[in-house]
Write a protein that binds this ligand. Sequence first.
Ligand SMILES: Nc1ncnc2c1ncn2[C@@H]1O[C@H](COP(=O)(O)OP(=O)(O)OP(=O)(O)O)[C@@H](O)[C@H]1O
Ligand SMILES: [Mg+2]
Length: 500
Amino acid sequence: MPKEYGTVISTLEGPSTRRFSFVINRDATVRRGQFVQLETEDGKLIGRVADILKTNRYFMRPESVKEYEASGKRMDEIFPVNDWEYLVADASALGVFGGNGFVDSSFPPSPGTKVAEPETDIITRFFGLDDSGLHIGKLSHHDISARLNMTRLLQKHLAILAISGAGKSFLTSVIIEELLSREPGEGIAVIVVDTHGEYTSFAEDGKFSARARVFPSREVQIGLPNISSYAIAEFSPDISAAQRRELAKVMSGLKRKNKHYGMAELIDAIDESDDIKAATKDVLVSTLEELRMTGLFGASDYPALDELARQGMLSVIDVSDIIDIKAKQMIVGYLARKLFNARKNGVIPPFVLVVEEAHQFVPEQARKEIALSRGIITTIAREGRKFNASLCLISQRPIQLSTTALSQCNTHIILRITNPYDLKHIGESSEGLTRDVLRQISSLPVGTGIIVGEAVNHPLLVRIRKRNSKASQKGISMEQAAREFHERVSQKSKDAKSFM
Ligand SMILES: Nc1ncnc2c1ncn2[C@@H]1O[C@H](COP(=O)(O)OP(=O)(O)OP(=O)(O)O)[C@@H](O)[C@H]1O
Ligand SMILES: [Mg+2]
C-alpha cells in the first residue's frame, strides 16, 4: 500500500491545473523535491513538492500573540498551540497518467483528494527509466532505482559536470561497473582516458580484473606507417600544405620500400631526399624531431585495435604520468581517430570513449597548436551517434570546454557546481534546465546529481549509489594521506628499534 501523505486543500490560488496544496498528515514525512501522486478525473496526477509551509492559527495575529505573552506566560502555556500546528505542502503538477501515457495536467484536482506516495511503476514510466538499464542510484527522497537506458544515456553522448571533489569520477566508475556487468553480447567497449590514474584499480579488483586492462602511456605507440601525413600535420599545425605534400611523398616512398619504419627512418629519408628544398627540409626535420621527443612514435601501433576496443571490456589509457599537454592530446587524438574510423568500418564493437578533464582535450578557446585532439573529438561529438561511437566528457571547468562538443552531449549529469559563470554556461547549453533546477545545483551534496536531457523525460535528482569496485589510492583525502604517512613512518621506526 502506498503511504498516504495528506489531503488537497482549497487556497486562494488553487488547486489549479499547475499547482495545488495539501495539508500533511501528522505521521507522514514529506520533503521539498519529493514526488506525490493523486487521483484526478483525467487519471493519476504526478506532482513535485515545491515548498513546505508551517501554519498555526494561534500565531496569525501579531497583536494577540504580543498581548497574551505580555501577561508573563508563553502562548504554549495558555493554549494547546501544538495541536494547531499544520504543515502544508505546495506542489506543482508535472503530468497526468491516463490510459495512453502522460499528458499535461489540464484539469485541477478537487480539494479533499488524498495525496499519496507515488507508485514505482508510474514514476519509472514518467521519467522514462528502464528496468534493464544502468543502475546508477536511487531517486532522491524515494526508494526507487534510477536505471537509465544505455542507448538513451550514451548514444548521443554524455557530459558529467561538477566542481572538483563533487563525485564525477566516482559516478563514472559506477557507470563503468554497470557497463562491464551487462549480459555477454550486450556490452559495449569502454575506453577511458585516465588523467589521474583513478581507473587503473579496475584491473586490480578481483570482481573486474578479467574485464579490464591498463595501457600505461609510456607503452602507447603511434605506428608511423599506419598514419597519414594529414595526421602528422594535425599534430604540428605549423607546417604548411606544401610542406605536408613533401612529407606525404617521402612517407609513401618509405611505405613502398619497407613497411616498418619509425621516426628515425622518416627523418633520415627526408634528410637524404634530393627532391625537397633545403628550407622545407629544415622545417620538416625540426617538426619531426619535436614529435620524436615525445617518444610516442614507432614502427607499429600499441595498443592494437582488438586490444583497445573489446566488447564488454574496459581499456584504461593511463596518461597520468605525462606532463606535456600536447603529448597527452596526441595520444587521445590518435586513439580517438583510430576508434572512430574502425567503428565506421564496423570492425570494432560500439564503444564509449570516456575523457576525464575533457576541457584539456576539447578546449573552447585554445589555439590550434595546443588543441591537438579537439578536431577529432568534435567530429565524434557531431557524427558519432550514427555509428554508435559515443563520448562521455567529464569536466570541472565546463566553461573551458568546447561549446560545440558540449552542446552535442544530449545528456548532462550535473553534480555540485558553485561558480556562477559555469552555472550560466550550463544553463545555456543544457536544454530542460529550469531556473528552479539551476538553483538546486549549487547546493547539491556530494554524491547527488541532476540528470537532464536525452536519458530522462524530465530532470531527475539522483543519489548516486555506492561503488562496488575498489577505489584508486590516488584520490584519497589529505587527512587520510597524512594518516597513512604517519603510520608508515612510525612502523618504520618501530621496525628499526626492534632490529637494534
Ligand atoms: N556517490 C558517492 N558516495 C560516496 N562517496 C562519494 C560519492 N561520490 C563521491 N564520493 C566521494 O567524494 C570524493 C570525491 O569524489 P571524486 O573523486 O569522484 O570527485 P571528482 O568530481 O572526480 O573530483 P576531481 O574534479 O578532483 O576529479 C571521493 O573521495 C569519493 O569517495
Ligand atoms: Mg575526478
